[in-house]
Write a protein that binds this ligand. Structure first.
Ligand SMILES: [Zn+2]
Length: 244
């Protein structure tokens, strides 16, 4: 059982397929700083990763992704921990409550303040600054954004454009998980140069997160669907109904 799960595209090291009602996710279980972690590589369906986190016992989900800087103050190798987002994804599943009308979860704040604070404990380096607020534009596809998209999303108030954070984060909120995003800037938006998410940087982030995260949750994320449960629309463990 891991109370903390990390959703990221390609964790280093071997991972094993983990069956979910939405296809396989891939999971690598680790112990770091005495804490059990589940590193989860999302499946093709964005519902698979958050569901796997919940099924593994996680109460918190940190999403690690790469992004392109829309804000000209950001530069490659910086980390941005967004406190808000604009969702530009389209066409994919956006809720676990298809045809049930229950996937109504407050999005203010958009991410868990407690989990964001723990991510922000990562020490800065001259070449890897940490910004603890900003707006993430969730890109609709993994391809790089065009210059016109970069201009448009900058006009929407975005600081960074990234693929993979949504709809996973909103889905995780439906599972009453704490969720926050750590975005590693790999290029300026609309530019051709590119870089990879560096494994040592991820390890640095995880070590700081594990050290800073309180053992017990002090936030309201675990009650995101309390109103639906209180009126009898949801069972306590409703998500198990979706089991494999
Ligand atoms: Zn929370």
């Amino acid at each position: 059982m891991s109370d903390l799960a990390i959703l990221m595209p390609c964790p280093s090291g071997a991972s094993a397929p983990y069956a979910t009602p939405f296809g396989d996710a891939h999971v690598q279980e680790r112990v770091l700083g005495g804490r059990a972690l589940a590193l989860i590589e999302p499946g093709d369906d964005p519902r698979a990763g958050p569901w796997a986190a919940r099924a593994l016992g996680a109460t918190r989900l940190a999403i690690v992704c790469t992004g392109a800087a829309l804000n000209r103050l950001l530069r490659p190798l910086d980390w941005l921990l967004p406190d808000d987002y604009v969702d530009q994804t389209r066409g994919g599943p956006t809720t676990y409550f298809t045809e049930r009308g229950l996937g109504y979860v407050q999005q203010s704040p958009a991410f868990c303040p407690e989990l964001r604070a723990a991510l922000a404990a990562m020490p800065e380096r001259p070449d890897a600054r940490v910004f603890d607020r900003g707006t993430l534009v969730a890109a609709p596809a993994p391809r790089p954004e065009t210059p016109a998209e970069a201009r448009w999303w900058r006009g929407l108030g975005g600081d960074v454009a990234a693929w993979g954070a949504q709809p996973a984060a909103a889905l995780a909120r439906e599972l009453e998980l704490c969720v926050a995003v750590a975005c590693y800037v790999v290029r300026a938006a609309g530019a051709a140069d590119d870089a990879w998410l560096e494994a040592p940087e991820v390890e640095r982030l995880l070590a700081a997160l594990v050290a800073a995260l309180p053992a017990a949750r002090g936030c309201a994320c675990g009650e995101a669907l309390a109103a639906a449960r209180a009126r009898g629309a949801l069972e306590m463990d409703w998500w198990k109904v979706l089991s494999v």
